[in-house]
Structures are given as structure tokens and as C-alpha cells.
Design a protein around this ligand. Sequence first.
Ligand code: GCU
Length: 337
Amino acid sequence: MKKWILAGLCFCLALCLCACAELETTEPEYVLTYAENQPQNYPTSLGGERFAELVKQRTNSKVIIQVKYAGEYGTDEEVAEQMRFGGIDFARVSLAVVADEVPMLNVLQMPFLYKDAAHMWRVLDGDIGKEALGAFQETGLVGLSWYDSGARSFYSTKPINSIQDLQGMTVRVQNSQLAMDMVTLLGAEPVYVDHNDVYYAFVTRKIDAAENNWPVYQYMEHYLVAKYYTVAEHTRVPDVQIASQRTWEILPEEYRDIILECAQESALYQRNLWVRNDIFARATVIDSGCEIIHLDPEEKLCFQEMVQPLYKKYCSDYLDLIKTIQNDTVVKTSAGE
Ligand code: GCU
């Protein structure tokens, strides 16, 4: 009988040991937060999800990143602020809301800077893009990777065929002094409204117009309340994945390297998704009967001239760099080749 009891005890002990060993291998060392202000099926959100999966895989579940969507952690600017204190660990935000204080970052969101998407990627994938990611340090953040956010154009409740039509319109802008100044220079009245409240601002007639890319126009259903889309493509404001400097400093170097590598891989994945979603969004809004207006080249030139003062105001020390970018003499050096 004693033998049986002893065997039973040994068996239980062995089970406990196995369970403990199991726990030890799957117990995460770090559970970190990630903020995303778009809905869960939007390309940047899917990029964030891929980032978290890759980090989990490559750290053998030692680092877990929990992604929260649709602005659950607050607006982009609230998120960036909390990140400076280490309250949130990672996020994907628009460059517009973190660039105001840093001229080098402002350079990359200036109006009429890039000819097209390929031109923007030559800049962001090269030395300038790398230097700009480094410039995040000045803001208590760490720049990890660039995400695509397409080109921004105006959309409105009344057609905008010319700059003249913008006069006196109330235009929603991001929480960015540069965006406010741009709209003021065009003769309209800028109003800051959070990304997730733009639809409602159209419905309540707080705003007559907004400016954003095709996917936001479609995914956020702005096209249902603002039927005119004027293709100005005045800016390409990239999105960026960032980490809190405070979090970064406590992570072991081995994990930092993995996280950086996964952020960059997720960015290439997001870039591909973006291209498909951009086409899909365009087709959806056209099918639904929205009116697409193409600004004629003279109007575009006039637009370009009206916003010239922004270059001096925001990037006076970087005018040569801006010229280099605009002339497209930048050599592509790294990722995305
Ligand atoms: C971009 C960006 C969003 C941002 C939005 C805006 O589309 O991807 O994160 O919120 O611009 O205009 O607010």
C-alpha cells in the first residue's frame, strides 16, 4: 500500500514540475501596450497586429504587445503625451501630431514636397528617413518605422473646384500648427477635430470640409456626409511607429533589436496593404456616387504658391534639404528596395 502512495506522490510531483517548467517558458517578461487610432481592419491596425505577432514569435512569448484600436487610449496627441511619461509603450501615430516642435520632422510633412508615393519612399527609406527617426529622441520618443498614409486631399459638402471655393469654408485639420497655418493661408478657417469625431462634425455642420487620404475618407464613412473629393494631393504626411523612450530604456538590448526589426518588417507589410486599400477605397467611393474633382494644374500651382510662407516659418534651417528632396536627388539606401 505504502508503495502505491509513494508512487502516487512521485507522479504528482512530476506533474507539478512539468507544469512549473511549462509556466516558466510561457510566462512573459514584458506585457506592453500599443495605441492605434484606426479601426481594427484598417491597414495601419493590421500592421500593428503583425508587429505584435512577430515580436511574440521572435521573443518566444517573452514580450507581449497588446494593441488597442480605434483611439481606445485617447487621441494621437494624448497618446504621444502619455508615452513621454511611459504610460503607453508603443503607438502608430500621424507625423503631424508629433512634428510641431522638431523642424527636421516638419520637413517630411511639408506641402508639395514629394511628386508621388515612390518619391516619398526614396526619401523615407534613405538616410533622411533614418535621420528623422533619430530626431524623435528630442521629443522623449523613439522612432521605429514609417507607415504609409497616402496623399491628402480636400473633401467637402460643397464642391471645391478652385482655391476660390475654399474661401471662408470651415476646414477640419489635425492637431498641428502647420496644418492650421496651411488652411489659413488658403483663406479658409481651420478647426481641430479629433480623427474619430470628424464624421459627427460633418453631420452637425461644425465643418464644411476636411482633408485626408482615400482610405480614411472611405473607412470612416466621411464620403457619406461629404460627397465631393477634390484631388489636390497637397501633402503626404507619413505615419510612424514610435516607442516611449522610458520603455525603451528598460528593455534589454536583445529585445530592442528584435522589436526594431519587427517594426520595420511590419511597415513593409503595411505598405503593401496600403496600396491595395487605397485602390479599394477609391473604387468604393466612386461607385457610391461621390463626385471626384481634379484640380487643374494652374489651380494647383496657385495653391503651391499660397503655402510658400510655411517653408520659412517651419523649416528655415532646412531649406537646402527641402530643395534636395523636391529635386529628387536623394539616393535610396536602405529598406524597401
Ligand atoms: C491619417 C492618420 C490617422 C490620423 C488622420 C487624421 O490618416 O493615419 O492616424 O488620425 O490622418 O487626419 O487625423
